[in-house]
Ligand binder design. Structure first.
Ligand SMILES: Nc1nc2c(c(=O)[nH]1)N[C@H]1C(S)=C(S)[C@@H](COP(=O)(O)O)O[C@H]1N2
Ligand SMILES: [Mo]
Length: 338
């Protein structure tokens, strides 16, 4: 299996659907979403500025003296599924694969923030990366903000390890932020600074990741990952027969996955899939369903998930002008042979 390239410069690529049958995605199959070229980085020279009541400049060695934790987190790009909307909005043409899960290792963001002092009037943490480039005629540094309560939660980690290895260059070497439960744009790669602010941050990218003209009535900033499930197997167009195992991933930024339902008749009837236990509350749940394939013919297999907050997926794609948060049912057509 290989990453499926979407753009070469900057490099953007999807995780193949077939890799979503496992709780953790190998690093070389983890989707890549880069706005700009990967910045060059030397671990020994890397410094992280942290500003709250006081300021600190930390090297990687300094960071490694903070408590170490490993948390499995599913990252999904807010634009995942954009290409499936009709009409297709402008933007990187993601289909299903801008999602993957890794065990990220590093120090809880809350520990770092506490060490500089969290101001009483703090509302957000602004995270900045080392990459920059031209957008709409001006040079922008990649920066994004996270609400303070999310920044202080156990799902926010300043990470230097990914599945037990150093972060690969495309995933933020040597240091990145990982914000479990939030769409990927908040998980700032090549992290150089963290600052607690008393006002909501008005940076370019924060202004861009918004629901606008949304067919489901959503508006405002794109935030928590919406509930979604995808089928890893079988794949579109597969020929199957006999006892067939359907399997895939399901996740939500708003609560644990409590149910995945599967339809083998295009959505007319549904049955419950079996769920594995997720590695953390920020990580995808693997689901499986055994199907005794009936007589030969074409079948449309569909999956849909529900989370603990009662959110479920819409049957049809929801549209908005920037193409965010499309979480409609995933359908896969297969051919049953004798
Ligand atoms: N510095 C920096 N951080 C970034 C980005 C970026 O372009 N630059 N892209 C963001 C977006 S939109 C997503 S979806 C995730 C993707 O992380 P990945 O490439 O490790 O999958 O990184 C986020 N962090
Ligand atoms: Mo993204």
């Amino acid at each position: 299996m290989e990453l499926l390239p979407v753009e070469q410069d900057p490099f953007n690529a999807e995780t193949p659907l077939a890799a979503l049958d496992a709780a953790v995605t190998p690093n070389d199959l983890f989707y890549v979403r880069n706005h700009f070229a990967v910045p060059s980085a030397q671990e020994a020279l890397w410094r992280l500025q942290v500003a709250g009541d006081t300021r600190q400049e930390l090297s990687l060695d300094d960071l490694k003296r903070f408590p170490f934790e490993e948390v499995a987190v599913t990252l999904e790009c807010a634009g995942n599924g954009r290409e499936l909307m009709d009409p297709t909005p402008e933007g990187t043409p993601w289909r299903w694969g801008a999602v993957a899960t890794a065990r990220f290792g590093g120090t809880p963001l809350s520990d770092l923030l506490t060490s500089v002092g969290v101001p009483g009037d703090g509302v957000e943490v602004v995270a900045t990366g080392a990459d920059s480039g031209e957008v709409d005629g001006s040079i922008e540094q990649y920066s994004f903000s996270v609400p303070l309560d999310i920044a202080m939660s156990d799902g926010a980690i300043v990470a230097w390890r990914m599945n037990g290895d150093p972060l690969p260059p495309d995933h933020g070497f040597p240091l990145r932020l990982v914000v479990g439960g939030s769409y990927g744009m908040a998980s700032v790669k090549w992290l150089t600074s963290l600052a607690i602010t008393a006002k909501p941050f008005a940076g370019h990218f924060v202004g861009r990741y918004r629901y606008e003209d949304d067919s489901a009535g959503r508006s405002g900033p794109v935030g928590p990952i919406l509930v979604r499930s995808l089928m890893a197997r079988p794949a579109e167009g597969d020929r199957v027969s006999g006892e067939v195992e359907l399997t895939g991933s399901a996740w939500s930024g708003l609560g644990a996955i409590v149910s995945v339902e599967v339809s083998t008749d295009g959505g007319d009837s549904w049955a419950e899939a079996e769920l594995q236990e997720a590695e953390s509350r920020y990580a995808a749940t693997i689901w499986t369903f055994r199907w005794s394939a009936p007589g030969p013919g074409s079948y449309e297999l569909v999956c849909r998930a529900t989370d603990a907050a009662g959110n479920t997926q819409p049957a049809l794609s929801t549209w908005n002008s920037l193409g965010y948060g499309n979480n409609h049912y995933h359908s896969v057509s297969v051919e049953v042979t004798d």
